[in-house]
Design a protein around this ligand. Structure first.
Ligand code: GLU
Length: 503
């Protein structure tokens, strides 16, 4: 449990692609820390990489976070006391802090051309050395460097990593990490376009925004010592650091590639939040699933609502080891959360899926009676229109052959259909308790299996072989529709039986 009062935490995505489970899980954990401690959750857009910038990404993050229920307290769209919350709108700040480091001897101007750096890289590659800046500009006298900058010469600002000694940084779940300074590059802090690199921007912003806990991806472990150096050079107190576990392919072997992502999508699975939403996963299920990839409460409890997570989350129980993405688990959580919804709530959430599937007139009130029939039978919400669309079609069009039960000829099936229709016509209504006993009696009388008779009626009235429970479905369809669809089945079977006889 993050003690020490309200935490200020942030989700700081780079708008270079869609929100995926890696980012969303980091956002979730940060959100939980904020809500649990009565602190603030901040959304900061790290858009200083202009080459990889994607204009729709920011909106996608916001839509995804809101859908997951991870509302932020401060951010680019709502402002806050430490704004602006887009790094490109804070550009002037970074230069000022970079220059402060230059003045204090912790950083220096570098004028090396891209060509020189490329040649250096090439040489290092040939000698099998790690790519490293060689310190060429490290010793340019400050006045000379200043003059060249003022004359407009292209430059960057690099960190002047100490050449001796080592640095120790502390991760809450990984412990102390010690690195020899000679193994740390003179990283660029301010680029030639005047914008900061991640390393400078993250340190400056986390400090200025009074961030108390940094929960971020393990891909930043490599440059974590540099960030420690920067805090110490500025003389700022460090936040609590936590580097979250990485995600692996479902097989547990290696990181998820773009190719994997395409394969997932073909199987109606995805690591993108926008896809999971479109497929009809519940945000509750996605949160539950993500929360347990890298954290556990007691290694037993598996069902968590967002409120449960707020109450029970603890930083100490985050796991540093990588987690294989398991979509079966996602489906499992989806099942649990679908069953846990109030019927009215599920009905409301199903509406857009019916609209998209071609039933634009369907309302939540229409769906309410159907919900009990499908709530235990669907996994993703987009399965509901396939399963229950027949309630809203003016007509169904069963394939005549599908009306013929296994083991019967078309002529025999026609006889069954006629008898079933006669039973239904004689009844005053089609409530389940009215229709079931006489139809079961018919099964007995015909000496058939229930499966054969009810299968035929199912195809006749729903148009499909798999449907919600038959008697309850007929009750919802109503007497007129049931009779009309049964008559249609009789007609279809008459034609089929005639064709068969003629053949
Ligand atoms: N912009 C960084 C990223 O998207 C943020 C990492 C962090 O949380 O500090 O990876």
């Amino acid at each position: 449990m993050p003690a020490d009062g309200p935490a200020r935490v942030r989700f700081a995505p780079s708008p270079t692609g869609w929100l995926h489970i890696g980012g969303a899980r980091a956002a979730l954990y940060n959100f939980l820390v904020a809500r649990q401690t009565g602190g603030q959750f901040i959304l900061r857009i790290e858009d200083t990489d202009r080459k990889r910038f994607q204009p729709q990404a920011e909106q996608d993050f916001m839509d995804g976070l809101r859908w997951l229920g991870l509302e932020w307290d401060e951010g680019p769209d709502k402002g806050g006391p430490y704004g602006p919350y887009r790094q490109t709108e804070r550009a002037h700040l970074y230069r000022q802090y970079a220059e402060q480091l230059v003045e204090q001897g912790h950083a220096y101007y570098c004028f090396c051309s891209p060509e020189r750096l490329a040649k250096l890289r090439e040489e290092q590659r040939r000698k099998k050395l790690p790519p490293r800046y060689d310190g060429h500009c490290r010793h340019i006298p400050p006045e000379e460097a200043k003059r060249r900058v003022e004359a407009g010469e292209p430059h960057v600002i690099r960190f002047k990593t100490p050449r001796e000694g080592s640095i120790t940084v502390h991760d809450l779940i990984r412990g102390d990490i010690t690195v020899a300074n000679k193994d740390i590059d003179d990283y660029i802090l301010l680029k030639s376009d005047g914008l900061p690199t991640y390393h400078l921007a993250v340190v400056v912003d986390d400090h200025l925004m009074r961030i108390t806990h940094v929960l971020r991806g393990a891909e930043w472990l490599g440059t974590f010592p540099l960030h420690g150096h920067l805090y110490r050079a500025f003389g700022w107190p460090e936040p609590v650091w936590v580097h979250l576990s990485t995600f692996l392919k479902p097989s547990g072997k290696g990181k998820i590639s773009k190719r994997d992502a395409d394969v997932f999508r073909k199987g109606h699975k995805s690591v993108l939040i926008r896809d999971l939403r479109a497929f009809g996963y519940l945000p509750e299920a996605v949160n539950n699933w993500m929360a347990l990839m890298g954290w556990s409460y007691d290694d037993r409890t598996e069902f968590f609502t967002l409120d449960d997570l707020i109450a029970k989350f603890s930083l100490e129980r985050l796991k540093p080891s990588p987690a294989a993405v398991n979509f079966k688990k996602l489906d499992h959580f989806q099942g649990l959360h679908v069953r846990a919804l109030e019927p009215g709530d599920l009905a409301r959430r199903l509406v857009p899926f019916f609209h998209r599937a071609g039933y634009p007139q369907v309302t939540a009130a229409d769906l309410l009676p159907i919900v009990p029939l499908i709530q235990t039978r669907i996994t993703t919400l987009d399965e509901a229109p396939q399963m229950a669309g027949f309630f809203f079609r003016p007509q169904v069009s069963p394939k005549p052959e599908e009306l013929v039960p296994k083991g019967l000829t078309p002529a025999q099936a026609l006889e069954v259909a006629r008898r079933a229709l006669a039973v239904l016509e004689a009844l005053p209504d089609v409530r389940a308790e009215t229709t079931e006993p006489p139809l079961r009696a018919l099964v007995e009388e015909l000496g058939l299996h229930a499966r054969q008779v009810f299968g035929l009626i199912r195809v006749a009235v729903t148009g499909q072989r798999v449907s919600p429970p038959l008697f309850e479905s007929m009750e919802i369809l109503g007497r007129e529709t049931v009779l009309q669809r049964m008559r249609q089945a009789v007609t279809l079977l008459e034609t089929l039986a005639q064709q068969e006889a003629a053949a």
